[in-house]
Design a protein around this ligand. Sequence first.
Ligand code: R5P
Length: 308
Amino acid sequence: MPAQSFVLFGGTGNYPLAEAVARELGTELGSCHVEQFPDGETTVSLQHPVRGLDVFVIQPTAPSVNDHLMELLIFGDACRRAAANRVVAVIPYFGYARSDKRECRREPITASLVADLLQCAGIVHLILLDVHTPQTEGFFRGPVDQLTAVPELSRVLEETLPAETVVVSPDAGRVTMATEYARRLAFPLVVLHKRRESGTETEVTRVVGEVRGRPCLIIDDMISTGGTIAESARALAEAGARPGLIAAATHGLLLDGACDRMSAAGIERVYVTDSVAAPNRRCGHAEVVTVAPLLAAAVRLQLDGHAA
Ligand code: R5P
């Protein structure tokens, strides 16, 4: 790997993850300072030169979503104006990805807007992890590397899940991901039909597959309020699933109340990655699997590819 050809910056979205990625790459994060003014404006000052270098900015746009997104855009602008060779955004969690289509009239497609903003800021390449819908990459005109944490989570899950487990997709949108879990873990697949009532409420209307007496692993791309997992757990319990349900998701946003909501619905353990920062540690029964080696490998591939 060429010693001086790149620099890695960590935004405030998940600085410990950025540090872990740097460690994996045998380097240190570039020095920079992010400050928020009293009026809410953000400023980024780069203490490390970027002229002619490949710059990687690691920043999940997780809560506080708008602040972290804006910070990433400002990083891009600062690097572009300082003559970086190219700016690659490593976005382990892509906020607004759920706004990927118009469900009804006069709705925005905010994921598309975010992609436009990233490009305007001078970001030319994205590295994404389990983005809500893979089609999101189509909103961005430059190259996009899509990573998945399913292998990382599966490796940990296979050590602990009882025989007879079934993998449960909480809705139709997660069937592809659930199928991959089921394939890796060699368990059957069950699909729930979910209806979203509001941003915080969902209703499971049907369980497709046999769960009676079986341990269940409910998977998802993200756990935000915990409503989807909790409602899925209730439906599975009603259908006779064995108590002690397990949930696994790449992005453990775990907003206030999420863990209690899931526990109350019978979730015994939750597995998430460190794609988003510390709040997920609030969940007493959450186990965190790191994605730092995965992200580092994607960065390394970029560097090797460019050197070739
Ligand atoms: C929705 O389609 C997503 O894949 C997740 O199921 C959902 O966003 C999780 O959010 P919450 O935890 O608030 O139900």
